[in-house]
Write a protein that binds this ligand. Structure first.
Ligand code: IMP
Length: 202
């Protein structure tokens, strides 16, 4: 089976691809097929958005004759307790999709006082050619730092402080982040489900 990652976010692709590769699963991108597509994401939950991305991308691929591809979709975001869970499902659009992340991160730092607890959430959906699907969730709990730290990762990583390692996610290597992150956990669960489903059908 070929798995296609339905994202235009290079940060997500860099984290997901190596774990699929390590598990011996072939993961391609839309660009690998010479295609480009942006699914809508106007749902109320991470799961609804991941499902929407998976179904819309699968429909786009099927219309172009790619009938035997499983579509993997990720919807994720940062939920800050003091902001009632915002930016949450709107993390990608918070302050405008094209606003540079250092500006968005600094705006969040300005909004917070003592209460700084937060979590990242990642919902993954894998939609197969026979319309069956698998879902997996991962979360990471931490807090919003007082300053931006680190150059790695993407998005809000420089302000997400992970107490067990005493660093922000942007101060971790890709492997260190995948070992503890919402996405790393969701991908590992998804890979387990895929391998298990494959064994059951053999
Ligand atoms: P979406 O899943 O395409 O709606 O985008 C999720 C958004 O949440 C990203 O564009 C980032 O703003 C944020 N986000 C999700 N995961 C991470 C992460 O691992 N690090 C930093 N920001 C993230």
């Amino acid at each position: 089976m070929i798995y296609l990652l339905a994202t235009n976010n290079p940060g997500k692709a860099k984290e997901i691809a190596p774990l699929f590769e390590e598990a011996g699963l072939r993961l391609i991108s839309l660009a690998d097929l010479g295609l480009s597509f942006e699914a809508r994401e106007d749902g109320e939950t991470f799961l609804a958005n991941a499902m929407q991305k998976a179904w819309e991308t699968a429909a786009f691929l099927r219309e172009r004759g790619h009938l035997q591809v499983a579509v993997l979709a990720d919807d994720s975001g940062l939920a800050i307790d003091a902001l009632d869970g915002a930016p949450g499902v709107h993390s990608a659009l918070f302050m405008g999709r094209d606003t540079p992340y250092p500006i968005r991160c600094n705006a969040i730092l300005d909004m917070l006082q003592e209460q700084r607890t937060a979590r990242f959430v990642c919902n993954l959906v894998c939609l197969f050619p026979d319309d069956t699907s698998l879902t997996a969730v991962g979360t990471i709990d931490g807090s919003i730092a007082y300053e931006i730290h680190g150059e790695g990762g993407f998005g809000y990583d420089p302000i997400f402080f992970y107490p067990p390692l005493g660093k922000t996610l942007a101060q971790l290597t890709k492997d260190e982040k995948n070992a503890v992150s919402h996405r790393g956990k969701a991908i590992k669960k998804m890979i387990g489900l895929i391998i298990n489903a494959d064994t059951c059908t053999q």
